[in-house]
Design a protein around this ligand. Structure first.
Ligand code: PCA
Length: 323
């Protein structure tokens, strides 16, 4: 009797395949209202479907599991298997991670995509050195300037406390005479309500998901740059998967990348509409502001060139040759 039961149990296991599914945790700093998070959750679902539930990725949004700055170190250590970060928060590691926050380099989605294609192999190499594997990258809509007054004179930047999501936004603010403060997206409402900042630089998407209309009245669509989020996995965790599951992850990642670039374009339109509906005035910089932005941007680029190694400079050349 005992033998029969065991044989039956074994037959069941053979018929239904491995009993144990693999669980991964993926942490992202961005909340459920962000199109990035919607896309990342869809990626997880696609992987679950393609693997019949054998790889189950739980997406922890809004920094609920791990804070932004700790996501990459946690994936490196293997505390969690996967993560999503704003690529340019890694700027202090390599000038290559700054490329999508350099003014004047890529001002349209097509250019941003060409820049991603040119920089991808190097970014993959840099991540691999840390035991990480990039899966896909998705852009935010272009970055502009939110103020509670009409921005029409560069002198208005003097002493303006500007919320910035990364190093180059801080540098640009400084070049304009402002006072930058690094603030996570989720902390934007508090930064304004406690009077810590007067203005912010971000996209229409973040303006919408953080209800910018509660604390500012104007958006200057300055098209500073088109920065990206990157989604990546611990290399060893990836290599532990069987080949078929690895392929399912890569296929779902390729789809997520394609879907994400489209979602970004759609969300740019939806975000601008939402701002207008809430009476935010959207303008483009007038000549005087545009000139000041150009000068501040040029300085940022020149300073980057001083920091950049040959690899980073070659990458810019490669990108420019693709245009
Ligand atoms: N939103 C994120 C990153 C760039 C963007 O558009 C933020 O502001 O933190």
């Amino acid at each position: 009797m005992i033998k029969q039961t065991t044989a039956l149990g074994l037959a069941t296991i053979l018929l239904i395949g491995p009993v144990y599914a693999t669980d991964w945790n993926l942490a992202t700093p961005y909340g459920d209202a962000s199109f990035h998070t919607v896309n990342t959750k869809q990626f997880a679902e696609d992987v679950r479907d393609a693997t019949d539930g054998e790889l189950n990725i739980s997406v922890h949004s809004g920094g609920s599991l791990i804070g932004h700055a700790e996501i990459k170190p946690s994936v490196r250590r293997g505390t969690i298997e996967a993560g999503e970060v704003f690529l340019s928060i890694l700027s202090n590691e390599s000038p290559v991670f700054e490329l999508d926050t350099l003014p004047g380099l890529a001002g349209s989605y097509d250019q941003a995509y060409a820049l991603w294609q040119a920089s991808k192999p190097v970014i993959e190499e840099l991540f691999a050195e840390q035991g990480l594997k990039p899966l896909y990258a998705v852009p935010w809509p272009s970055q502009g300037i939110y103020t509670d007054f009409e921005l029409n004179d560069p002198s208005q930047f003097k002493g303006l406390r500007v919320r910035a999501p990364n190093i180059n936004t801080q540098r640009l603010t400084e070049n304009l005479g402002g006072l930058p403060t690094e603030t996570e997206e989720a902390d934007i409402p508090t930064a304004f309500s406690t009077g810590r900042v007067d203005a912010m630089i971000t996209s229409v998407s973040t303006g919408k998901s953080m209800s910018a209309w509660d604390y500012i009245s104007n958006f200057s669509d300055a098209n500073l740059w088109i920065p990206k989020n990157i989604i990546f996995v611990n290399l060893k965790a990836f290599e532990r998967l069987d080949e078929e599951t690895q392929q399912a992850v890569l296929d779902a990642a390729a789809q997520a990348e394609e879907r994400g670039w489209e979602a970004s374009k759609t969300d740019a339109a939806i975000g601008a509409e939402a701002l207008k509906e809430h009476d935010i005035t959207i303008t483009t910089p007038n000549d005087a502001v545009a000139e000041a932005l150009q000068a501040a941007g040029d300085k940022l680029f020149e300073d980057w060139e001083k920091r950049a190694n040959d690899q980073a400079k070659a990458l810019v050349e490669d990108y420019r040759s693709r245009l």
